[in-house]
Design a protein around this ligand. Structure first.
Ligand code: CP
Ligand code: NVA
Length: 302
């Protein structure tokens, strides 16, 4: 495992498996009420440049369960918000903390922070990637389907951070990924090329959501408008109109397909209420698994 979790670059299939085995053990211990304070006295700084519900709560609660503490650092209230460099912040914070989780805009900021920090840095979402989410998603698929190997995941919607991390995962692990994105909203070009060329699993991009969803084991979507793109909201609502997970799309997937969404969701936009609240949806289990998987990541890195 690398020092940091910035993306899936450099990760081996064993690293993923190690995280998931630990996550399963930690989940079981929590459910059984067994003490698992492996990070007693350790501290995690959590820098947020964007809003969060799940990421903040799961990291904060996770550190508490493991016997450590997490500090919520809204970057506007720190000197980072007043121009203190990431390099100085990283070097100085490395003297106080045992790890940093950061949610921000540019992936470069996370990479810079990690390059100057002597402690592990975890990417809690950037405009480009959201690795923690996809680690929890694949863990959920393993739980629900028994394996991710050979599973067909269909991602419908914006070629955003979630889509990019799915492609990065398919580069390392043998599952099938089909995406349907409207023209002009494709995933990152470099990540897509890399995923297609070097992927352990296959990665295919369609324009037609039905093509992508055909025989899928997992139907996955995310918001049409990500954080930071609010000015494009109305235009995106028009462009993405047909990129919705609804009962019709569910029909072309496998009968026992599960429906996933990283949340927050907008019912009536990227997914209909009957589907996200229906029997095939696993979104709440998926959100819960953020906690268990991140605790495993914290244990391994810290
Ligand atoms: N899925 C996810 O990262 O949720 P939050 O934005 O609430 O953290
Ligand atoms: N693509 C979304 C994910 C939120 C968890 C965003 O970046 O806002």
């Amino acid at each position: 495992m690398n020092k940091d979790l910035l993306s899936f670059a450099g990760m081996k299939p064993e690293d993923f498996e190690d995280i998931w085995l630990r996550a399963a053990r930690l989940k079981k211990m929590l459910k059984e009420g067994k003490e698992h304070a492996s990070l007693k006295g350790k501290t995690l700084g959590m820098i947020f440049d964007k809003s969060s519900t799940r990421t903040r709560i799961s990291f904060e609660v996770g550190m508490y369960h493991l016997g450590g503490i997490a500090l919520f650092l809204n970057s506007r209230d720190t000197q980072i918000g007043r121009g203190e460099t990431l390099a100085d912040s990283a070097r100085m914070m490395s003297r106080y903390l045992n790890g940093i989780m950061i949610r921000t805009f540019a992936q470069e900021s996370v990479d810079v922070l990690a390059s100057y920090a002597s402690i592990p840095v975890i990417n809690g979402l950037t405009d480009l990637l959201h690795p923690c989410q996809i680690l929890a998603d694949l863990f959920t698929i393993r739980e629900k389907k028994g394996t991710y190997e050979g599973i067909r995941v269909a991602y419908i919607g914006d070629g955003n951070n979630i889509a990019n991390s799915w492609i990065e995962a398919a580069e390392h692990l043998p599952f099938e990924l089909t995406l349907a994105c409207p023209e002009g909203y494709d995933p990152d070009k470099r990540i897509m090329e890399q995923g297609r060329k070097c992927g352990k699993g296959s990665v295919r991009l369609y324009r037609d959501p039905h093509e992508a969803a055909k025989n899928a084991d997992v139907l996955y979507t995310d918001v049409w408008t990500s954080m930071g793109q609010e000015a494009e909201l109305q235009e995106r609502k028009r462009i993405f109109r047909d990129y919705q997970i609804n009962a019709g799309l569910l029909e072309v997937a496998k009968k026992d397909a599960i429906v996933m969404h990283c949340l927050p969701a907008h019912r009536g936009e990227e997914i209909t209420a009957d589907v996200i609240d229906g029997p095939q949806s696993v979104v709440i289990d998926e959100a819960e698994n953020r906690l268990h998987v991140q605790k495993a990541v914290l244990e391994i890195l810290i």
